[in-house]
Design a protein around this ligand. Structure first.
Ligand code: PHE
Length: 355
């Protein structure tokens, strides 16, 4: 068999196999590379007798073209197979239903805390925080709460140890004490956060939220307290006029003490804030008791001021028409989707936080 025929048979068989692009490149260099079979055959032409040379050269050229052609076709074939298999594997089924895009929502309580912080920061209050796990001293004793006070009762307070030394804070008022121990007067702070009491029904949850307010300076009086709360309530409910009343009350850490009610009426089963002859309690307040000031080494003859504690959840329920407090803490996504806020929803009275 002639060389030409041998090369042809060998490579036609090779090229008919199930090949990848790399295999074809390999075959190509076996034929046409520096030491390739075709390249070498051309080099050997010189050694042939002249009469054979012409015919051999012509046959070799034909073979060269034929194999080159086969190689090109093979490459094309492989590429088409690859594209087809890609199309098959990466097929997009346009009839599939779209994927659910879940967008997070801001919980109404977080929203209201931001709104409250924003309103108070406008009139010079800064934001303080305290721990949820408190000791009995900050939660009760330093706040002038006597040992036998009913708030200390097991029925009301979640104690964390038998000695009743540690507890879950029952109000945000311990932040008053922590703030005053940390610095020197004047103080003008609010302290939003979680609070805990052993209570559970439609309007009470064992965990709820309060925001404490404290303003201590020289010559602060109840008029300042009233003005501050009036400004706050009007800003919060976005009303120019709102009925508000101070009702005498008692807290061990304020003297005198008051609870504040706002006026409302029921229209078609809905609460309309600000008018009407019904009253809703929204906060407790008073002038800081001299004993509390003494407990944190502040001279009550020089400094005095007011404090208040507002129920955040109650405010959120009133402003956004939510009627069951328990829903706040049930982590029901459908509820949150309905009552929650878009991160970019800016309420009309929101002027940014200046923490
Ligand atoms: N800590 C009181 C409560 O939880 C509220 C309050 C705060 C009252 C500050 C007076 C002053 O009910």
């Amino acid at each position: 068999m002639s060389d030409i025929k041998k090369i042809k048979d060998e490579f036609l068989v090779k090229l008919s196999g199930d090949l990848k692009i790399e295999n074809v490149s390999q075959i190509k260099s076996e034929l046409f590379g520096k030491n390739g079979k075709i390249s070498n055959s051309f080099k050997n032409l010189k050694s042939l007798p002249v009469e054979e040379r012409k015919k051999f050269a012509s046959d070799l050229n034909i073979l060269k073209d034929e194999l080159q052609d086969k190689i090109n076709k093979k490459i094309q074939e492989i590429e088409i197979t690859e594209i087809n298999s890609k199309l098959e594997n990466e097929k997009v089924d346009v009839t599939l239903p779209e994927r659910n895009i879940v967008q997070g929502k801001i919980h109404p309580v977080s929203q209201v805390i931001d709104e409250i912080s924003s309103i108070f920061s406008e009139i010079g209050f800064s934001v303080e925080e305290g721990p949820d796990v408190e000791n009995e001293h900050y939660n009760f004793t330093a706040l002038n709460t006597p040992d036998n006070h009913p708030a200390r009762d097991m029925h009301d307070t979640f104690y964390l140890d038998d000695k009743k030394e540690f507890l879950l804070r029952t109000h945000t008022s311990p932040v008053q004490v922590r703030t005053m121990l940390k610095g020197k007067p004047p103080f003008k702070i609010i302290a939003p956060g979680r609070t805990y009491r052993s209570d559970s029904d439609q309007t009470h949850a064992p965990m709820f939220h309060q925001v404490e307010g404290l303003h201590i300076d020289k010559n602060i009086n109840m008029g300042h307290l009233k003005g501050c709360l009036n400004y706050f309530i009007k800003s919060f409910f976005e009303l120019n006029k709102i009925k508000m009343r101070f009702r005498p009350s008692h807290f061990p850490f304020t003297e005198p003490s008051a609870e504040v009610d706002i006026g409302y009426e029921l229209r078609d089963g809905k609460i309309i804030i600000g008018e009407g002859d019904k009253w809703l309690e929204i906060l407790g307040c008073g002038m800081v008791h001299p004993n509390v000031l003494k407990n944190v080494k502040i001279n009550p003859d020089k400094y005095q001021g007011y404090a208040f504690g507002i129920g955040i959840d109650r405010l959120a329920m009133l402003k956004y028409g939510i009627n069951d407090l328990r829903a706040f803490f049930e982590t029901d996504y459908r509820w949150l989707n309905h009552f929650g806020f878009d991160p970019l929803d800016v309420p009309s009275n929101y002027r940014g936080l200046s923490r």
